[in-house]
Design a protein around this ligand. Structure first.
Ligand SMILES: Cc1ncc(COP(=O)(O)O)c(C=O)c1O
Length: 381
């Protein structure tokens, strides 16, 4: 057999063995940000302040990397329980509210989908929304139904409830605030979805640090609600630690699907440290909330973009006079990486998503945006 025919055979095998829906999709694209000001992924731009940096490294030096991690992440869970006041919530509601840890909330979405995977009852979420809900539905072979938001990026609640009745999804994800639109759905609308659903509703509060909305108590109040959060957006994206809170009976089932050592020793030690020093992260996220207002005001002064109010650490803007892709590319040549959403969904036509950074970052971003909006569009490619 020639080398060529051997490689043709391999491709044949890939076509036969890899599921059609997997071959049809592209892997999740993360752009190279080397040398760029990174304002594309809703990270907190601040590291630990000086003295804490040294203390954190000291804590990590005690970690035994030759040993498997605690499979239950007990110390991390205890820290989170205290921070989220889960004992009080359990006592008040007379429910046993528990925690499940994931390698980022991405892994929790995957755990939920694996546990509930069903070819007849799929996943439903508002669109535009977080892309992982639809991708993970594909990974586990569940149908995915995206239900369009209205032109104000709000839940079109009558239509959403009607779609719930038609499709009877096993899982509904509601991100509050929503990514990439940054708005918060009303409690009334969320409760209508929960009450209309015979499936599990996951309230995804990835951006909780940047809003006054807090829907945690819904997981105690409703039998079919769980609440998901993450340390990624408060300043610890590199740790990959997400967590799900809800009634123990649900979480015990999901825990069966979780791989035993999903939270590594370095993440567990860092998260324990972070939870003891959480006030530092709160101060950083509070400052970013102020910067969000500043950035919004700066954007309002630019006539050729329309910014949308946000309760998250990013702002969606629509370019009114230049193609968003062109603005994105010119900003990149100016050294600033943001996210271009044009083409991702009809409601996002001409839209860019700007992560809120510190004051200097935001000023650099505004400068690059101004160059891109005022220039003739020629990029240095
Ligand atoms: C709404 C939403 N949920 C979940 C995630 C995933 O977060 P994590 O870093 O915990 O996997 C993101 C990340 O952007 C998000 O926007």
């Amino acid at each position: 057999m020639t080398a060529k025919s051997a490689s043709d055979n391999k491709q044949g095998l890939i076509d036969v063995l890899v599921r059609t829906e997997i071959r049809a999709i592209a892997s999740y694209h993360v752009p190279d940000s080397s040398g760029l000001l990174k304002l594309d992924a809703m990270e907190n731009p601040n590291p630990w302040p000086g003295p804490l940096q040294a203390e954190w490294q000291q804590a990590l030096s005690l970690v035994e990397a030759n040993r498997y991690p605690d499979p239950g992440g007990r110390a991390v869970k205890a820290g989170l329980r205290a921070l989220m006041n889960l004992d009080e919530l359990s006592a008040e509601s007379n429910q046993d509210i528990d925690i499940l840890l994931g390698n980022g909330s991405d892994e929790i979405i995957q755990i939920l989908a694996m546990a509930l995977a069903n070819p007849d009852r799929g996943i439903m979420a508002p669109e535009p929304g977080f892309v992982m809900y639809g991708m993970i539905a594909k990974f586990v072979g569940m149908p995915y139904v995206g239900v369009d938001l209205d032109e104000n990026f709000d839940l079109d609640i009558d239509n959403f409830v009607a779609q719930v009745k038609v499709h009877n999804p096993a899982l509904i994800f509601l991100a509050v605030p929503n990514n990439p639109t940054g708005n918060v759905f009303s409690l009334e609308a969320i409760e209508r979805v929960v009450e209309a659903s015979d499936g599990l509703v996951v309230i995804d509060e990835a951006y909780i640090a940047f809003t006054d909305s807090d829907l945690l108590s819904l997981c105690a109040h409703y039998e079919n609600v769980v609440v998901m959060r993450t340390l990624s957006k408060v300043g610890l994206a590199g740790l990959r630690l997400g967590f799900l809170m809800g009634r123990k009976a649900w979480l015990d089932e999901f825990d069966k699907v979780r791989l035993p050592y999903n939270i590594n020793v370095l993440t567990q030690a860092s998260a324990e440290f972070a939870l003891k020093n959480y006030d530092v992260l709160v101060a950083q996220t509070e400052a970013l909330r102020d910067e969000r207002s500043n950035l919004f005001n700066r954007l309002m002064q630019i006539e050729t973009v329309e910014p949308f109010e946000s309760e998250a650490n990013f702002i969606l803007v629509r370019c009114l006079d230049k193609p968003a892709r062109q603005v994105f590319e010119v900003m990149k040549t100016e050294g600033v990486l943001i996210k271009c959403l044009d083409g991702a969904h009809p409601l996002l036509t001409s839209c860019l998503r700007l992560t809120v950074g510190n004051r200097d970052d935001n000023e650099r971003m505004i400068e690059a945006l101004t160059v891109a909006l005022n220039g003739d569009g020629a990029t240095a490619e």
